[in-house]
Design a protein around this ligand. Structure first.
Ligand code: FAD
Length: 235
């Protein structure tokens, strides 16, 4: 019989409340809330990119002031899938619950959770416990965020590349670049954002086998092109 822990249903294991550290992102939402209360003038906001960041931002801004008008542009269709899952630490979930308890409750219904990570390296398995993670499929996460945006009256233009930045800056009070790791918005304003990108040779691969695993399995190899990490995620 396996002595491995079983997957634990999500819900009561998650840290309840925001991070104790006031400088952490999780605690930033309540502070911003004071600044953007409904008494302030409503803004028209353009968000470039309807990934997790763009859609979640749209919902949080609407919670702060429902009068803000928000338009999101997403070049892909609503049900396109890229990537497998999104993983949240307990601390991140605490921040999400603190910011929007209803969204947190909805997310919790679809989580897979685990504590242990097995690292396979040079024939050895090193198990590291006590991590407290929860994961959800990217497509599910985006569908829940989309529903929440629709409830709040956020306009999402799917299958539409965002208009040029200069045009959006003329038509909206605030433009947000949520266009991912290779952000063209950030590149267009590189002198302001001053990004530091440090590309290394390590490779990371993901597989989607039709098996169920109960913990995060990471296999570290030295491949022909340098270090490689293969990961299997609980589902
Ligand atoms: C191998 C790998 C593993 C990862 N593992 C994890 C993990 O375990 N947990 C985790 O939380 N994160 C993980 N991430 C990171 C995760 O993918 C990102 O944190 C997350 O997707 C970032 O969300 P985002 O909304 O900022 O960007 P994205 O998800 O990239 O979304 C950006 C969106 O903008 C759209 N877009 C871009 N340009 C335009 C345009 N001009 N007009 C209209 N739409 C546009 C894109 O189509 C896309 O939908 C991983 C990433 C990689 C590569």
């Amino acid at each position: 019989m396996s002595n491995r822990p079983l997957q634990i249903p999500a819900g009561d294991r998650v840290r309840r409340g925001a991070a104790a550290d006031g400088n952490r992102q999780a605690a930033a939402v309540p502070a911003a809330r004071k600044e953007l209360r409904a008494s302030k003038p409503a803004l028209s906001i353009a968000i470039i990119g309807g990934g997790p960041a763009g859609l979640y931002l749209a919902t949080l801004v609407k919670l702060l002031n429902p009068k803000h008008e928000i338009e999101v542009w997403e070049r892909n269709a609503a049900d396109d899938t890229f990537g497998f899952g999104v993983v949240f630490s307990d601390e991140t979930l605490g921040g999400i619950e603190h910011a929007d308890a209803a969204f947190y409750e909805r997310l919790s219904q679809d989580f897979a959770t685990w504590d242990d990570i097995d690292v396979h390296f040079r024939g050895q398995v090193l198990t590291s416990g006590g991590h407290g993670f929860a994961a959800i499929s990217r497509q599910r996460l985006l569908a829940i965020l989309r529903e929440r945006c629709e409830q709040f009256g956020v306009t999402i233009h799917y299958r539409e590349p965002a208009p040029p930045l200069a045009q959006l800056r003329g038509s909206h009070d605030l433009v947000v670049g949520a266009d991912g790791v290779n952000s063209l918005t950030r590149a267009a304003r590189a002198a302001v954002f001053r990004p530091e990108l440090d590309v290394r040779r390590a490779r990371y691969s993901r597989a989607g086998p039709r098996i169920s695993v109960q913990r995060l399995d990471e296999h570290v190899h030295r491949g022909a092109r340098g270090g490689q990490l293969d990961a299997q995620w609980p589902d």
